[in-house]
Design a protein around this ligand. Sequence first.
Ligand code: GLN
Length: 550
Amino acid sequence: MATRTGPTRHIFVTGGVVSSLGKGLTAASLALLLERRGYRVKMQKLDPYLNVDPGTMSPYQHGEVYVTVDGAETDLDLGHYERFGGVTCNRNSNYTSGSIYRSVICREREGGYLGKTVQVIPHITDEIKAAIRSLDADDVDIAITEIGGTAGDIESLPFLEAIRQFRHEIGRQNGLFIHLTLVPYIKAAGELKTKPSQQSVGILRTIGIIPDILICRCEHSMTDEHKEKLALFCDVDRNKVIEEKDVEHSIYEVPLELARQDVDVYIMELLHLHVNPLKLDDWETMVNTLIHPEHGTVEIAVVGKYISLKDAYKSIYESLTHGGIASSVKVEVRMVESEDIEKQGVEALLKGVSGILVPGGFGDRGIEGKIKTVEYARMNKIPFFGICLGMQCATIEFARHVCGMKNANSTEFNSETAFPVIDMMVEQKKVTAKGGTMRLGAFPCKVTEGTKAGFAYGATDIQERHRHRYEFNNKYRDQMAKQGLVFSGICPGRDLVEIVELKDHPWFVACQFHPEFQSTALKAHPLFRDFVAAAVKFRGKSEARKPKKT
Ligand code: GLN
């Protein structure tokens, strides 16, 4: 639907009052709505911290590191961007203060500013504007830029100044500001309070930004009076004060809630874009399945090292939800710390689940618990899905317990092991620098027909995203194949093992790549889809085995 005239339009999403309001989710929801109005949308996140990218941060600091097709280690909000719509992210989709400063400082050293004093304004702000401008293209109708952090943070200032200048330069009709704020409920007073939002907008105004649209996160519905008050004191049109109340069931309801309040219509009007009809039927059907699954619930354990932090395995949890939608079942995740398995035993923590997933990770903490977990899934024929480190643990377990390779291990955890079934990739051995140096991004994989992976993909040539330094050691391939380990995915040319699986097991598949980065709400990744389907089958069988209550 080619209805755009004029340049790429820009939307800037800022946040106020507190962090963790779900700016990424809101921005992704807006992208979906605008796409479903026939516009081609690109998205970007600007993060004010000084790390060049989040690749070197602990998941406890930052949550999951999301990997783009072209191998950038990025903020997890980019996962929302890709999961909600057809937005594809790349290296230009995430900049940090660190990466912006690095470019400016490198240019200074190369003599790029000879004679000048290099300053935050204009040099850093110009670099930020160049990053935003990198989204302009004939095939991008609308670019949405999310600014990390909260209005009032010292480190956000250059970003806010840059977007103010940017909008001034492109003209009011081509850019708009959306501010996401919190309208808290004060229990003792029994009231919603608008003051923090007024103050947050006040901070933006001192910088010269007046939001065009205010989106208010709240636990309880706002009254007309609240909206009028906010409109008046924040200088926003009354109809552009939008409520984003906590959703009852799922984040995928957010776009529906926003559409109900016509926020997408206001955006198109403000940006002088034709208001095309909205097509959201498939999304509504998907949300309906999510809320009213036909086949009840299925419990799946995720056994990892960063379980206490919800965001550490964000894409995994979302992909399990997608798998559930495909089977019309609600996936309940039992989150298990692998170290607890070492202390309390596997049976105590995993009994009763219908599927087990071991996700990616680094370092040896909790590794033996993960290996015990794999053994439990293999022996009890519980559907098992291993991802990256999970695949490496599955290989170690098979080597130790099926192939008799005592103390087999990955050289990441024991460099002296007699059976290094997982070893560092040759090209990684010379790498010393951290940050963007792993095997990153999409690589091709040849899938063997007739295997579980082959059945899931329904194709032999696939592409999946990677983030690792270690790999299966091909020295052990024949020996392990003889004992029944199936190598069902291989990276062509490089002969790297990408998928292993078991034949005499209902569903035991483990992959070196990260399929969770390609799953979307409308189209579950084939491996997640089949894993959840296998868990549903397993649940059915174990229920049939249970004695009936009379
Ligand atoms: N630590 C392992 C490696 O570097 C696994 C990485 C991961 O799970 N992302 O190969």
